[in-house]
Design a protein around this ligand. Sequence first.
Ligand code: HEM
Length: 475
Amino acid sequence: YVLQLLADARRRLPPGPWPLPLIGNLHQLDHLPHRSLARLAARHGPLMSLRLGTVRAVVASSPEMAREVLQRHNADIAARSFGDSMRAGGHCENSVVCLPPRLRWRALRRLSTVGLFSPRRLDAMRALLEEKVAELVRRVSGHAARGEAVDVGHAAHVAALGVLSRTMFSVDLDPEAAREVSDIVDEASVLGTGPNVSDFFPAIAPADLQGVRRRMARLVKRMYAIIDEQIERRMHGRTAGEPRKNDLLDVMLEEGESKEDSNEINRDAIRGLFTDLFTGGETTSHTMECAMAELLQCPNSMRRVQEELKSVIGTKQQMDEHDITKLPYLQAVIKETLRLHPPVPLPPYEAEATVEIQGYTIPKGAKVLINLWAINRCANAWTEPDKFMPERFYDSDITFMGRDFQLIPFGAGRRICLGLPLAHRMVHLMLGSLLHRFTWTLPAEAGKNGVDMRERFGLTLSFVVPLYVIAQEIQ
Ligand code: HEM
């Protein structure tokens, strides 16, 4: 322990709290690590070093430090440091989320861009998004007619999975498979983001003491089976002479066939990428839930956004993608929601080389955490940073595209969120449509305190308690 402290002192690591023997600084993290790390950073600085068990970690907690890591030193800090649970079923070897920034990762990112975000795909997606949002509105209408409260996050998750499944396979999953995907994603996010002793003491990870990897392996197996079924159907269809669908699955199959040595894009790569994309859908429902919770606590913003929707969309049957640019307040509500509640608050990186930042050393192999939650609330960048104030974006051209480091809910640099263009459209269309068609109130049993945002956030992306809200159709 003493030798370790001396070695650390010689290495000019960034400042940080004093580590205890064996556990290091683990005792200083509570069940919301991004918040405890933000509190520690307020005392020790925006570039902070600590030990999590036997793992050396460096945390960047200000826009300036995020720029240093994700822009200036992104060539050396772009690998992922991922949890042991991601090794389940060999998923990390085919996952765009986990792979180091080399050939296979580049191929997967390129193919997803071609298969999901080429101008032709985005055009085709316009009608699909509108169809899925119409389904969401119909489902909420049904709840409203029956006087039942709506689980906003779940309703949005179903819609997002519907969009993803059609984009990947050109078909809707049958209801049973769709429910299973949703359950798998929910369970995997609880397992993957919960504390796991294997992540802090890698030497004993093979023992999988908490059984997290074992449980995750079962989920990965079930998810791969659902994806395999779609691949098999496509192969049979092709043999039977069905025309190409030109969806993401076709793009990936063709890439695999076109290579003599197709070890880059094989069935495992398809399974890995599609699993990651399905998992990405949960961030959208989390954002919808947070936006609704904030608006319910802020009646002025709720009134203002609904007035804007009424004046722009009026009596039109449904909001469409072209309306988004005409709705600055809705855009501001979503920016403010993502600023306060980034669904991926602490993306983990690994330094592939030793890096110097402002005189401090980040050693090769260190885990580098970017505390997006703290960065988006930086007191030097925002007035009243903890307050929900969409108006702050009115006279500002700050975007969340990874250039303005005080607002990076999608990350920045080479590993910026792959699903950003899709997530942007989905969240605006879903939230805009639900706010335009319904008035929203908390059920009576929610009590006078309304939605307690602190209490509601757990370790997972989802709320600890689903947010149930009463919807009433606007006539
Ligand atoms: C509001 C919605 C979303 C938010 C706020 C969000 C945020 C993020 C963040 C912060 C990262 C890590 C970036 C970094 O390491 O610097 C990320 C990565 C990623 N996201 Fe999203 N995301 C959203 C929606 C989606 C959706 C809908 C998908 C899939 C269709 C998706 C797929 C991915 C993938 C595959 C990665 C890994 C990229 C890589 O490591 O190369 N995300 N996202």
